[in-house]
Design a protein around this ligand. Structure first.
Ligand code: TMP
Length: 197
């Protein structure tokens, strides 16, 4: 059976390793994908991260990449695949709400959610990996230089926005990601099995 599975969480929560392992364990029926994508627009999004620009442009770039990515996901689903996506629209709602707030643009949560739902496919299930931002940052610190979003106070606001999304969406399953990645993978595979994926 096809299915659309999203893995979300703040930087350093371990979601990329988990997404890769889950997709690998599902085998050839799974397709692993991610945002920002590797397309030209995804590369523009990554480049934009290092430029001084409007925080609205920042949000719109992530959304442009998604608008381009969504039909690809739809094709895989139509071919009966289980699509495992490392970040999707929840990332924009969580990160860009926090970023726009930081840039004194007020609370943009509602329109970001509304606009993103319009350019997205509803995931069957989203696993939200939660973690203390300080612990997450400690993990990132081992990887080298930090990006503009990688500060504990900012990541706390991002995670609060994810939790705000989870409060209103029963398809978001919270997973404590302080545990070893192997345990998280097993929990996700079990949840997918229960949903007959
Ligand atoms: P990554 O570390 O998962 O590759 O994501 C790159 C960064 O982009 C990460 O700090 C989260 C951020 N991001 C957003 O701010 N909004 C989005 O919509 C997406 C997909 C990522």
């Amino acid at each position: 059976m096809s299915g659309f599975v999203v893995i979300e969480g703040i930087d350093g929560c371990g979601k990329s390793t988990v997404a890769e392992t889950v997709a690998g364990r599902l085998g050839p029926r799974a397709v692993l994908t991610r945002e920002p994508t590797d397309s030209w627009i995804g590369r523009a999004v990554r480049k934009g991260g290092s430029e001084e620009m409007s925080p609205y442009l920042d949000a719109l770039l992530f959304m442009a990449d998604r608008a381009n990515h969504t039909p690809e996901i739809a094709d895989h689903l139509a071919n009966g695949k289980v699509v495992v996506c490392d970040r999707y629209y929840h990332s924009t709602v969580a990160y860009q709400t926090a970023y726009l707030m930081r840039k004194s643009r007020g609370d943009n949560f509602d329109w970001l959610l509304d606009a993103n739902i319009r350019i997205s496919i509803n995931p069957d299930v989203t696993f939200l990996l939660t973690i203390d931002p300080e612990v997450a940052l400690g993990r990132i610190g081992d990887r080298g230089e930090l990006s503009r979003f990688e500060r504990a106070d900012f990541l706390k606001e991002v995670q609060d926005n994810y939790l705000r999304l989870a409060e209103q969406d029963p398809t978001i399953v919270q997973i404590d990601s302080t545990r070893p990645p192997g345990e998280i993978v097993e929990e996700i595979l079990l949840a997918l099995d229960e949903r007959k994926f």
